[in-house]
Design a protein around this ligand. Structure first.
Ligand code: SAM
Ligand code: SF4
Length: 488
């Protein structure tokens, strides 16, 4: 029997009490410093962390803070960390280190470190010992307790470093969303898969899913408020509902969400191949809102390595999923994750991964050099791959993938897509950028389309990872407008 999931609503007596306390505290602070107290939230890692940070910001606003982009003017700093690779942890620790001088200048500044990194005991101990200006840590499953944590810190003398997985789901947590037309909706938390290299099950705890009516209510509300691109989030979205009493699985949830009326696209992130069922693919194929994009992490193309990774599928099974998906949804874009230089990956195993890139024809890959994570089985494995070999393999992987992506992209020249505009391109002056249902980035000359508006684009040029085109009908529309204004 699994542990019972703690389901809480954010507006409960203890969080309300803490919020009222903080509102009074911040009102007094505002008088003392001459402005509304400010909160700075810094996010590392995946979309799940971005969504968590939107909640941290929402809770901060409920406590009477306003959100700032500048740490040097903040009264509360929250660092939302990632533990997936050592590099992410080092970056977070280095930035937390840089906040020391801010605390020296402003003694009442509160610094909290949240997210996956702090759940690991050695990192929590390190923060407590070597970062004396950090006031508290908060586990990802306990974000809703932020007000209570700050009140405890303000009232008591103690810094707070207890950090256990609460196995909780909190509903109705306020959020300050990053955008006004794209939104993330977490549908499940944690992971039960224990891939041998991965820290996630240890830091995000056991799988637990939100109730379907809560998810449907949130998506319906977002659509009503004009959100057009909604991503359903979870470490393994397609194991949604497992072990829950409501009996709704991911395919069923997706079908119910697809039935919501409105002009929007539904995306999902991430899926595990062992749970990518034909029924789910059928629902995607029949859906009217579901994007034709599937992110299906492969990790390795070699069966022996996949077994050592504890992935529960082999090459053949993975390819059969791809085949079914492409038969049912011919224009689907498939992206994947690859880990290079997992312990015991020899030249032959690596060649198998390269061959999977060629056979699998992925639109895009996210590739990582294996990073040992303390406490995971792989960290204890022998036959570690030397750094230079890992770097050389990564370079080859990227070069093979670039060729694959180039061939895929060129085939898309001449296609027409409905694209959700993200506004002016950051790299290409005079151009707009946006994404289509396959999540491809598309650029076109600035025609005044605003971020959050749809545009129909005809693709006339392609590079491996970007498409370029023109608005369909735009020239005609322009002539019409000019002619009309001449007549007026
Ligand atoms: N749940 C997702 C899945 O099963 O694919 C992945 C979530 S994880 C945040 C994203 C990616 O990070 C993984 O797919 C894997 O490629 C990579 N990753 C996880 N642990 C890693 C490690 N120790 N070293 C390198 N890459 C890692
Ligand atoms: Fe990590 Fe595997 Fe769970 Fe993904 S499925 S979060 S890689 S343990």
């Amino acid at each position: 029997m699994r542990e019972k999931v703690k389901r809480v609503v954010f507006e409960n007596p203890s969080s309300e009490q803490a919020i009222v306390y903080m509102q009074k505290h911040n009102a007094a602070l505002a008088v003392a410093v001459g402005h509304t107290p400010r909160c700075y939230v810094l996010t590392f890692g995946c979309q799940q962390n971005v969504a968590d940070s939107e909640k941290l910001a929402g809770i901060a606003v409920a406590m009477g803070y306003e959100i700032t982009e500048r740490p040097d003017e903040a009264d509360l700093i929250l660092v939302n960390t990632c533990a997936i690779r050592e590099h992410a942890e080092k970056r977070a620790l280095s930035i937390v280190g840089q906040f020391k001088h801010l605390k020296e200048k402003k003694r009442e500044l509160i610094i909290g470190v949240c997210g996956c990194m702090v759940v690991q005991k050695h990192r929590c101990d390190q923060l407590k010992k070597s970062y004396p200006y950090v006031d508290f840590v908060l586990a990802p499953s306990a974000l809703h307790r932020l007000p209570e944590q700050i009140v405890l810190r303000l009232k008591g003398k103690r810094r707070l470093f207890e950090c256990e997985d609460e196995f909780a789901i909190a509903e109705q947590v306020p959020m300050v969303r990053d955008g006004h037309y794209r939104a993330y909706v977490s549908i499940m938390y944690g992971c039960n898969n224990f891939c041998s290299y991965c820290i996630v099950p240890y830091v995000r705890g056991r799988e637990r899913s939100r109730n379907p009516e809560d998810v449907i209510g949130e998506v319906r509300d977002l659509v009503k408020r004009g959100y057009k691109d909604i991503t359903l989030l979870g470490q393994n979205v397609n194991s949604y509902g497992k072990g829950e009493e409501h009996g709704v699985d991911f395919a069923e949830l997706l079908a119910r969400l697809d039935a919501i009326e409105g002009d929007f696209v539904l995306r999902l992130m991430t899926s595990h191949p062992k749970d990518a069922t034909r029924r789910l693919i059928d629902v995607m194929a029949e859906g009217k809102h579901i994007a034709h994009h599937f992110h299906l992490p492969l990790q390795s193309g070699n069966d022996r390595v996949l077994m050592a990774m504890n992935r529960h599928y082999d090459r053949e099974t993975y390819l059969s999923i791809l085949e079914y998906m492409r038969k049912k949804i011919p224009d689907i874009a498939v992206t994947t994750d690859i880990i290079v230089a997992f312990p015991g990956e020899d030249d032959n195993a690596f060649e198998d991964t390269l061959s999977m890139l060629r056979i699998g024809k992925f639109d895009m890959i996210y590739s990582f050099i294996y990073s040992p994570r303390k406490g995971t089985p792989a960290a204890e494995m022998e036959n570690k791959v030397p750094k230079e070999v890992a770097a050389a393999r990564m370079e080859r992987l990227l070069s093979v993938q670039e060729g694959v992506a180039e061939r895929i992209s060129q085939k898309l020249v001449g296609m027409d897509y409905r694209v959700l505009c993200d506004g002016p391109s950051k790299t290409d002056e005079g151009m707009l950028s946006g994404r289509n249902g396959q999540n491809k980035i598309i650029f076109w000359p600035d025609d005044g389309t605003k971020a959050g508006e749809w545009a129909d684009i005809h693709v006339d040029r392609a590079t491996p990872y970007a498409l370029y085109g023109k608005r369909i009908g735009f020239e005609e529309e322009k002539k019409f407008i000019i002619k009309k204004s001449e007549e007026d």
